[in-house]
Design a protein around this ligand. Structure first.
Ligand code: 5GP
Length: 181
């Protein structure tokens, strides 16, 4: 049975690593590649981490109803292209969306059967340290992301499952259990 999973959690919480491990362990799972107007970070490639577009191109997508959900996060647009998600679900594959809180809420409304999982850090101090050590964003961006993180963490009870990522191996195992259950 195909299912729609949503994974949310603050930037820097380790979602990317957990999701990569889950996709490796469950090759049947299809991970949606989001579209964003954010600039690529060093090492990011178009069509791999994201489909990178301009703000204008994104806004055309909104007008044309291309997105299953979309949001503005830290000054950039992010959205899930609708057709590939519906196509994969139609083929009987489970789909995983890695999206922010605003997007998770939209999916909750449009697909009430979706399973919403929030990944949280052990503490906000730990999250701050992780964001700073990543060193890809300037201090103002880190501060803005921390503000958003507090807001997102306050919404944890809207999710079906909350996974505290203190240990990657352990959290990875817990995530697989949720995906299989
Ligand atoms: P980043 O810029 O660090 O890659 O992502 C910033 C935030 O945007 C993260 O919380 C990530 O989950 C969220 N995000 C990524 N893709 C999407 C999307 O398609 N829709 C929504 N609503 N959020 C997304």
């Amino acid at each position: 049975m195909s299912r729609l999973f949503v994974i949310s959690g603050p930037s820097g919480v380790g979602k990317g690593t957990l999701i990569a491990k889950a996709c490796e362990a469950r090759p049947d799972l299809w991970l949606s590649i989001s579209t964003t107007s954010r600039r690529p970070r060093p090492g990011e490639q178009d069509g791999v981490q994201y489909h990178f577009v301009t703000r204008e191109e994104f806004e055309t997508g909104i007008t044309e109803g291309d997105f299953l959900e979309w949001a503005e996060y830290a000054g950039n647009y992010y959205g899930t292209s609708r057709p590939p998600v519906l196509a994969h679900l139609g083929e009987g594959r489970s789909v995983l969306l890695e999206i922010d809180l605003q997007g998770a809420r939209q999916v909750r409304t449009s697909h009430p059967e979706a399973v919403l999982i929030m990944i949280t850090p052990p503490s906000t101090a730990e999250l701050a340290a992780r964001l700073r050590s990543r060193a890809t964003d300037d201090e103002a961006t880190v501060e803005r992301r921390l503000g958003l993180a507090r807001h997102e963490l306050a919404a944890a009870d809207e999710f079906d499952h909350v996974l505290v990522n203190s240990d990657i191996a352990e959290s990875s195992e817990q995530l697989l259990q949720l995906l299989d259950s």
